[in-house]
Design a protein around this ligand. Sequence first.
Ligand SMILES: NC(=O)c1ccc[n+]([C@@H]2O[C@H](COP(=O)([O-])OP(=O)(O)OC[C@H]3O[C@@H](n4cnc5c(N)ncnc54)[C@H](OP(=O)(O)O)[C@@H]3O)[C@@H](O)[C@H]2O)c1
Length: 257
Amino acid sequence: MNIAIIGAGNMGGATALGLAGALPEARITVTAKHAATLEKYAARGLQTSLDNAAAVRGADVVILGVKPWLVQGVLQELLPELGGKVFVSFAAGIPASDLAAWLAGSGAAGIYTVIPNLAIEVGQSMSFIHEVAGTPGTLSCVQSLFDAVGQTAVVDERRLHAGMMLASCGTAFALRYVRASAEGGVELGLYPQEAIAAALQTVKGAAALLEARGTHPEQEIDRVTTPGGITIRGLNAMEEAGFTAAVIAGLKGGRKA
Ligand SMILES: NC(=O)c1ccc[n+]([C@@H]2O[C@H](COP(=O)([O-])OP(=O)(O)OC[C@H]3O[C@@H](n4cnc5c(N)ncnc54)[C@H](OP(=O)(O)O)[C@@H]3O)[C@@H](O)[C@H]2O)c1
């Protein structure tokens, strides 16, 4: 499969590296605005180009990874080359109706918005997929591509925003938890690297436990909270400081409703 990634920045670049690791047989071409951006991808054996239209010409799947405000302009360059191809936009916040209108007449076989997260680079993304328009086989093509680098969920447009907040912005939120844990660990006497390693392994272990047992988080919490013990005292102190409310406020992007 030939994949063109237009805009090899944080997300496009992470996707290129993740797909290159997961699908060694795929031919992946990445483009960017500046030649310097492409150097690290060329060094990793990917095809690189500053010519978006040329990169798209030989592709089966085209992934657009530029900032949302650049999408409409860059699409003008790509439009004549998109016939019969599967088109994926990473741009957050662009309504499906706008994307469909901008791609009208392109002849693309399928049009999708996909919101992955940065862990796509290591094959551990949680990617939300919304089908703007499709033809037989295009949704399964997109799904299998992103399944190769993590997990996917196919959602309607309304749930795409929620998915993005939880899983894409959520990467930053999870990392803040890790940072906070590590800072607390240092205050308690661990060395910084020990504290980060312990926080990471604890989060990974908690996630693995829930996945393996299929339980609700609170069921596992009940198993580690001795009545009158330090875990429940710690949890209650975190709630008193607004932990759950802070996480939900973050997921709502600071909005009240
Ligand atoms: N970051 C995330 O966690 C995340 C998550 C989900 C979705 N997204 C979406 O992904 C998209 C990209 O976000 P990002 O954070 O990866 O942005 P970014 O790091 O700024 O990357 C954008 C890339 O686009 C390139 N570019 C700009 N103009 C171009 C053009 N005319 N032709 C080809 N390439 C061009 C830039 O090249 P240069 O580097 O050479 O300037 C840059 O590498 C956005 O639409 C965002 O909503 C991001």
